[in-house]
Design a protein around this ligand. Structure first.
Ligand code: IPM
Ligand code: MG
Length: 358
């Protein structure tokens, strides 16, 4: 198959992981007879440096014309002083919105090989951690009105969190459909004891639940969910939640699985054109040192093959190669534990390539 992939090299240590991931994609193309056309896209700090804005229209156009987009991460201290509208993160939000990617899947699964790197007690981990967070990605407080003004000499700021029932219903459906493909359990995480938006989420999801009688559906307040994720994560199968709760809980969920450097994500809209990125940031402190973990980005590429290109075998091949490397005891610095061997970004990828080509 021929596919066009928008490639956002991103900022700081993102450049290293994207470069390594392209090596893996090239190996998959060779092995299975595919052709990828990589289209470089500037977004985030990179685009600010080149064009003075985080996502120029012409760069978004390239993403809209691609079959899928691969991203590392954006942002860094160099751009931190900029006003909200000009920050690298704004490029990412504009990209998600511009591509219509309202559905963000973030799996939290313990790799048994990394259990020792998890901060949780063994008896909790032994019950299993395997859930997915379905995060709404183009609404809520991320896209509501933001203002800062001075009224009578007092500075005030406002961030609005709007949701309409259609936005909720379409992500709610993704939640139920995702649960149907898994263990058929869906938890809506919200703050319905305080927020009107959460009460609307509940009303819409209880309604949707009637279409999915096989799914065991329940609701949980977000503060409790944050606690339950570290106390008893095995109770979760599929979590569906609004944008900011999903942002926060997915970082927590990644930490209990051993390392945030291992968690990929997919963002999709109505069709198959998606954006694939690790959930971690651009790790400026270790940029250029061959230290960053490339596996979340490599696993994001596997998700791209599966969800955007329908290449299940190729995706599974990447995932089992990663697993084999972990079985060999190779670890980047973020996931070290006793009796493991420390390797750098490039060496980790070399090892994955070796398994892939074995
Ligand atoms: C994420 C990130 C982004 C978000 C930032 C970089 C804007 O934290 O993808 O989780 O909050 O969505
Ligand atoms: Mg985040």
């Amino acid at each position: 198959m021929n596919k066009t992939i928008g490639v956002i090299r991103g900022d700081c240590s993102s450049r290293e992981i994207v470069e390594q991931t392209l090596r893996v994609l090239d190996a998959v193309a060779d092995k299975y007879g595919h052709t990828w056309t990589y289209v470089p896209v500037a977004m985030g700090g990179d685009a600010i440096d080149q064009y003075g804005e985080p996502l120029p229209e012409h760069e978004l156009e390239k993403c809209l014309a691609a079959d899928a987009v691969l991203l590392g991460a954006v942002g860094g201290p160099k751009w931190e002083g900029l006003p909200g509208e000009k920050r690298p993160e704004k490029g990412l939000l504009a990209l998600r919105k511009g591509m219509g990617l309202f559905s963000n899947l973030r799996p939290a699964k313990i790799w048994p090989q990394l259990a020792d790197a998890s901060p949780l007690k063994k008896e909790i981990i032994d019950k299993g951690i395997d859930f997915v967070i379905v995060r709404e990605l183009t609404g809520g407080v991320y896209f509501g009105k933001h203002t800062t003004e001075t009224v009578n000499g007092v500075r005030q700021a406002l961030d609005l969190m709007p949701y309409d029932e259609n936005e909720i219903r379409r992500i709610g459906r993704v939640g139920f459909e995702t649960a149907m493909k898994r263990r058929k359990k869906l938890t809506l995480v919200d703050k319905a004891n305080v927020l009107d938006t959460s009460r609307l989420w509940r009303a819409v999801l209880y309604d949707l639940a009637k279409d999915y009688p096989e799914v065991e559906f329940d609701v949980m307040f977000v503060d409790n969910a944050a606690m339950q994720i570290c106390k008893n994560p095995s109770q979760f199968d599929t979590i569906v939640t609004e944008n900011m709760f999903g942002d926060i809980l997915s970082d927590e969920a990644s930490e209990i699985t051993g390392s945030i450097g291992m968690i990929p994500s997919s963002s999709l809209g109505e069709g198959t054109r998606g954006l694939y990125e690790p959930i971690h940031g651009s790790a400026p402190d270790i940029a250029g040192k061959n230290l960053v973990n490339p596996l979340a980005c490599i696993l994001s590429a596997a998700m791209m093959l599966r969800y955007s290109f329908g290449m299940e075998e190729e995706a599974a091949d990447i995932e089992s190669s990663v697993e084999a490397v972990l079985n060999d005891g190779l670890r980047t610095a973020d996931m070290m534990s006793e009796n493991t061997t420390k390797v750098g970004t490039r060496e980790m990828t070399d090892a994955v390539l070796e398994k892939l080509n074995a």
